[in-house]
Design a protein around this ligand. Structure first.
Ligand SMILES: *Cc1c(COP(=O)(O)O)cnc(C)c1O
Length: 487
């Protein structure tokens, strides 16, 4: 059943009443000082809200309840792996030994922290099949950029300065061409064929002495495993290029298959996706990258490495390094969370992540096939891309279906991505959802698709259960109005 509309909450400033206090400060044991006389300047009112402790508690508790997150409901957002983040991760990341250290401390005084970094690197090397890992990049896109910087430095070290083009499939995440452009490359798009794979003829035709490399997402953003992956890597290498793997979709492969064995030269991982560190709201991310030995001299520094004697060392001043890509050692507490997650699953548990992720996506795809057919009729990996094209003649678009889901208390999936699928609905259930949750979701989707045929206005007007209906998404992003100003 759709839920009822929520009344808009008042701002805390609107709840303010002059003289009301919510805190109980101890009596000052020092003489009172007039700050204005010390610092100079005129006295200004700060316009702080004046509320009681109970008002304050209710205000923020109510706000938290009109929010939506993975801990309140199902979140089938594709390509971004919104999986549950086990709370044991937070327990580990809040240990005082980790939270009370300072990034400027001498490295000799933080051997435990260095040990965390070294262990995460070792485990990620084993999981990805790469020779080296660095944990410095702060987001997936940042990892892409760092890999491209390595590729550029590698070509330059060989005197190959004419390689100025990066090939990017037309199904790629927008960050891929953006990273290539940010790194000074120009982008050449590669078509996807009728089966959802890289068009091999298009790839062959695009290769040449000006190509620095290819950025390939595997499984692709269509949720499909690239069957020609080894051949693709071979062709690009023969043409003198390097192959980067966008590893944001590693959830389909953890513990099952390794990109480092497929022929890739480097890849990025999103610890905030696959390895269950928090995600969203622009929070801290980690776009760790993996690379083969030939790119190792260019690694960003400092390089964390375990010596033969087992001691973890911090290496700086490496002559061919691309330099720093982030302050200090990256998002340290993300690494603590990722390590906790990896150790909690263990070697036996890790393959279960990818197997269940793939099973769940195929289950949803099969259950919805009559109302929302898959864009490509073949087994998918960790996510499925469906099309709502059949409802377009009745005026209903993919976005309307997604907006209606909100009325049934479910977060919308990704829409209109990848760009090459008309009326795309991309669903990534993740491994952490039960069969019951998936069944409920599919039955809501079936109901909505029926509504699309019998009463499309229900979808066109959705959501009606929230404080706001449809936002102008462009304006909501470009003209943020989040600041209260006194009248
Ligand atoms: C999420 C994602 C990225 C970018 O990662 P960010 O951490 O958001 O910068 C790149 N490629 C794909 C396929 C993704 O899903």
């Amino acid at each position: 059943m759709p839920t009822k509309a929520v009344p808009a909450p008042k701002l805390i400033f609107e709840k303010s009443s002059p003289g009301r206090v919510g805190c109980n400060l101890p009596k000052a044991d020092t003489p009172e000082v007039d700050l204005c006389s010390v610092l100079g300047g005129k006295r200004h009112s700060l316009h702080l809200p004046e509320v009681s402790e109970l008002d304050l508690l209710r205000h923020f508790t109510n706000l938290s309840q009109i929010n939506y997150g993975i801990e309140t409901g199902f979140y089938p957002l594709g390509s971004c792996t919104m999986k549950y983040n086990p709370k044991i991760n937070e327990v580990a990341a809040s240990q005082p030994g980790f939270t009370n250290i300072h990034p400027m401390q001498p490295v000799e005084s933080v051997p435990g922290a260095l040990e965390v970094l070294a262990q995460v690197q070792t485990l990620l090397c084993e999981i990805t099949g790469f020779d080296e890992i660095t944990l410095q990049p702060l987001a997936g896109a940042h990892g892409e950029l760092t890999c491209l910087m390595l590729i550029k430095a590698y070509h330059e070290s060989l005197g190959e300065t004419g390689r100025t083009v990066i090939l990017v499939p037309d199904s790629a995440h927008g960050t891929n061409p953006a990273s290539a452009a940010a790194c000074g490359f120009s982008v050449r798009s590669i078509a996807t064929n009728g089966e959802g794979n890289t068009d091999m003829e298009a790839l062959r035709a695009a290769l040449g002495p000006d190509v620095a490399g290819l950025m390939l997402t595997n499984p692709s953003t269509l949720g499909l495993f690239e069957p020609n992956i080894e051949e693709i890597c071979r062709l690009v290498h023969e043409a003198g290029g390097q192959v980067f793997c966008d590893g944001a979709n590693m959830n389909a492969m953890v513990g099952t298959t390794r990109p480092g064995d497929h022929g890739f030269d480097c890849m990025h991982l999103n610890l905030h996706k696959t390895f269950s560190t928090p995600h969203g709201g622009g929070g801290p991310g980690c776009g760790a990258i993996g690379l083969q030995n030939h790119l190792e001299p260019f690694l960003p520094q400092p390089v964390i490495r375990r010596s033969k004697a087992g001691k973890v060392e911090v290496l700086k001043d490496r002559p061919q390094s691309i330099g720093r890509v982030s302050a200090f050692f990256g998002q340290f507490l993300m690494e603590v969370r990722a390590l906790t997650y990896l150790l909690a699953y263990g070697k036996q548990g890790l393959p279960r992540i990818s197997r269940h992720a793939v099973l769940n996506a195929n289950y949803v795809m099969a259950k919805l096939k009559d109302v929302l057919p898959a864009a490509y009729n073949r087994p998918c990996m960790h996510e499925c891309v469906l099309t709502a094209q059949q409802y377009k003649k009745g005026g209903v678009r993919a976005l309307d279906i997604s907006k209606r889901l909100i009325d049934y208390g479910i977060h919308p999936p990704t829409n209109y991505f990848p760009l090459i699928v008309p009326e795309a609905i991309m669903i990534e259930p993740t491994e952490t959802e039960s069969k019951q949750t998936l069944d409920e979701f599919c039955s809501v989707m079936e109901t909505i698709c029926q509504e699309a045929e019998t009463d499309p206005s229900l979808l066109k007007n959705a959501p009606t259960s929230q404080i706001v209906g449809r936002l102008d998404e462009a304006q909501a992003v470009k003209i943020l109005d989040v600041r209260w100003q006194p009248a």
